[in-house]
Design a protein around this ligand. Structure first.
Ligand code: ZN
Ligand code: ZN
Length: 161
């Protein structure tokens, strides 16, 4: 199996005042974020960056990172897909970096910062009924006729003397 390509910059090729455009994708397996059960990569990370050699020899890299994900809603448990993006990725790498400056780890950290730990499928998500567990986005369940009252199911029930 081929090792997936990493995100690298050939620092030796950079010229001061001539930013180099870096566009491409990084295989999700390099991101090692499968353990976040609620949010899993659903495709490669896409990057569109610009690397600039600074007068002091540091390398400034900035731009956009995005990652399509498959999420489990924290409220209703439903699965949904969403693309999360870091629009303002910006990192400076120390001077004297070797020819192949590896940005993979930095890009990984950059995208992880924008992944929610409690994803919600939508602002209007109604969640699940606390009594019967039905996903209320699919319609009312019938046991909450009393509105917010969680004991609505017991209405009309009276002990027999
Ligand atoms: Zn939901
Ligand atoms: Zn219910």
């Amino acid at each position: 199996m081929e090792t997936p390509a990493r995100l690298t910059v050939d620092v030796g090729r950079l010229r001061e005042g001539e930013p180099e455009r870096l566009r491409g994708t990084l295989e999700a397996s390099l991101l090692e974020i499968d353990d976040l059960a609620q949010v899993r990569p659903d495709g490669p990370l896409a990057y569109d960056l610009e690397a600039t050699l600074l007068p002091g020899g540091e390398v400034l890299v900035r731009g956009r990172l995005s990652l399509p994900c498959r999420c489990l809603c924290g409220r209703c448990g439903g699965e949904f897909r969403r693309v999360f993006a870091e629009e303002g990725y910006c990192e400076t790498f120390a001077a004297g970096a070797s020819a192949g400056l590896d940005l993979t780890e930095s890009a990984r950290e950059g995208i992880i910062l924008v992944l929610p730990s409690y994803p919600i499928c939508g602002e209007g998500c109604k969640g699940v009924c606390p009594t019967c567990g039905k996903n209320l986005n699919e319609g009312p369940c019938g046991c909450a006729r009393g509105g917010e009252n969680p004991w609505g199911a017991l209405d009309g029930w009276a002990p027999q003397e």
